[in-house]
Design a protein around this ligand. Structure first.
Ligand SMILES: [Zn+2]
Ligand SMILES: [Zn+2]
Length: 130
């Protein structure tokens, strides 16, 4: 975990908004929701607070799902499943990839610090509404 952030009302709102919307929202989505509670909050403030929360380890930033950065209140190790039809992002348990073999990269002198794995496919809603 990173450093402890000083309490900020706006950041608290940003974090709560993220926790109430467990859909891995983008900053724009968090902004739209946070604005319902605090009409004075600006997009720049939402961005700044999201980034501070990422730095402090309270939330995670997910890159590489599409061309937007998404934010995740779930900081436990897990993978993501993105529906190619509706774009919703689901959490997948970490142990779905039980033996991720990172040894070959280490033998080539590459030090792995982290990795992002995402699965792509059709979610149950889209499958049923076929
Ligand atoms: Zn879907
Ligand atoms: Zn997640």
């Amino acid at each position: 975990m990173g450093r402890i952030l000083k309490y900020s009302k706006q950041r608290d709102l940003v974090l709560k908004t993220l926790q109430e919307n467990v859909v891995h929202p983008t900053a724009d989505f968090v902004y739209a929701k946070a604005k319902e509670h605090n009409p004075n909050i600006s997009l720049a403030t939402v961005y700044r607070n999201l980034n501070q929360l990422v730095e402090s380890g309270d939330i995670k930033k997910i890159n590489g799902l599409d061309n937007m950065a998404h934010f995740d209140h779930n900081t436990h190790k897990h993978f993501h499943f993105i529906c190619t039809k509706c774009g919703k992002i689901f959490d997948m348990p970490y142990d779905i990839v039980p033996e991720l073999n990172t040894k070959p990269a280490e033998q080539k002198g590459l030090i792995i610090e982290s990795y992002d794995i995402s699965f792509h496919g059709i979610c149950p809603d889209c499958r049923d509404n076929h």
